[in-house]
Structure formats: structure tokens, C-alpha cells
Design a protein around this ligand. Structure first.
Ligand code: SAM
Length: 203
């Protein structure tokens, strides 16, 4: 089963019961505030699918928003939820690792996506796309399972990451600005340990 078919099948059942679901992207917004991201900043949510981050950012006045995911079924959940507001967002169906950005963004956001890239080749490709997509002086906000977090998500193995592994994932063009841990409570009441990182691309 291709990655797209895997994720489409998952999102066919909706997202509210999925372990990563959250009603508001609190940790992401907190790091955006730490970075001083203004509402005029362009933001791309990598692997955003049905995430409510786009709702939160629209409510904050952002008008240059892109959501990319390998699963159009997942993206459709957000488009349906947003209704008419979806027309103001750019929706991209693509495999992140082979995607070729046609513009640069002020902010790259990735919650629980990069940790699925477990091989050296995938992680090198991630750094390459990240560097091509983020403007000099721009920011990357990336969160995934911490070293004491789960080993799997959605039946797939993940690479748990502390700061050293995140530095390896983003590559040499980025400097660490801030980091924090989060205990995410899943819809079933379990706790998952996340490591969050905020990076700035060198100008
Ligand atoms: C655990 S979910 C997290 C979703 C979202 N970031 C959130 O916080 O609600 C992982 C997401 O990554 C997407 N994904 C997995 N591999 C991908 C790839 N190679 N390119 C783009 N998206 C991918 C999946 O479709 C899924 O929506």
C-alpha cells in the first residue's frame, strides 16, 4: 500500500478519534508567538491534513496559508470543516519528500510528520525540501515524538527525536531558537511525549 493509500484509508474514518487529533494547535501557536510571527507571514503546514492549525491561523488574521499533505482525503476533512473559508487557503496534495516548492514561505510547520522519515535518505530529502521552501530569516516549527514518546503511530514506525536528531533533520541552514516538551493527551486519554523545536533559517 502506498503512503497515500495508507493515509487516505485512515482519514476515511474521520480524524476525531485519531491519536494525534487536537481541537486547537496550542503548542504550535505558542512557538509562533515565541518567534513573533505576524499575521502577514506566509505559513505552510506540512502534513497538515485535517489539523485545526489552519482554523487557528485564519482566526488570527493570517491570509497566506498553505496546507500540504500526501492524503487528499485528509485535506478534504479540513476543506469541509472550513466551508467557504477553505477558498482562501492553498491546498497541495504531494509527497513532501519529492515536492518541489515554487515559492518560499516565512514559516514551515510540521507536527508529527517528520518523525515518519526514519532513513538517512528520507531525512536528507526532508532537509533539502525544507531549505528550498523557507526564506532566509524564516522559521521552521517542528514537533514529533520525543525520546520517551511512542515508537509507532498509525501502524508505522517513527524516529523519536531529541534536539540532536532534530538538528540532523533540519540540516545545516537552520539555527535552533527555542525548544519545549509537550505532553499531548490523545482522544482516548493516553499521554504522548512530544519534543517541539523552533528554528530560524540563516539570512
Ligand atoms: C500523525 S498525522 C499528523 C497530522 C497533522 N500534522 C496534525 O497534527 O494533525 C501525519 C500526517 O502526515 C501526512 N504524511 C505522511 N507522510 C507524508 C508525506 N510523505 N508527505 C506529505 N504528508 C505526509 C499524513 O497524511 C498525515 O496527515
Amino acid at each position: 500500500m502506498s503512503d497515500a493509500a495508507h493515509w487516505d484509508a485512515i482519514y476515511e474514518g474521520g480524524v476525531e478519534g485519531r491519536s494525534w487529533h487536537q481541537t486547537s494547535a496550542t503548542a504550535s501557536l505558542s512557538l509562533m508567538d515565541a518567534a513573533g510571527i505576524p499575521a502577514v507571514a506566509s505559513v505552510i503546514d506540512i502534513g497538515g491534513a485535517a489539523s485545526r492549525l489552519v482554523d487557528d491561523l485564519l482566526a488570527r488574521g493570517h491570509r497566506d496559508l498553505t496546507v500540504l499533505d500526501i492524503s487528499d482525503t485528509g485535506l478534504a476533512l479540513s476543506r469541509s470543516r472550513l466551508g467557504a473559508r477553505a477558498a482562501t487557503v492553498e491546498w497541495v496534495v504531494a509527497d513532501l519528500l519529492t515536492w518541489q516548492p515554487t515559492r518560499m514561505y516565512a514559516v514551515w510547520h510540521d507536527r508529527a510528520v517528520g518523525h515518519f522519515f526514519t532513513t538517512d535518505a528520507e531525512r536528507t530529502a526532508y532537509a533539502s525540501v525544507l531549505t528550498a521552501a523557507v526564506a532566509p530569516g524564516g522559521h521552521a516549527i517542528i514537533g514529533g515524538f520525543a525520546p520517551d514518546g511512542p515508537t509507532h503511530c498509525s501502524g508505522l514506525e517513527v524516529k523519536r527525536a531529541g534536539l540532536a536528531e532534530f538538528a540532523d533533520l533540519v540540516g545545516p541552514a537552520f539555527d535552533l531558537v527555542a525548544e519545549e516538551r509537550e505532553a499531548h493527551t490523545t482522544p482516548s486519554g493516553a499521554t504522548q511525549s512530544f519534543q517541539w523545536t523552533l528554528w530560524r533559517r540563516r539570512g
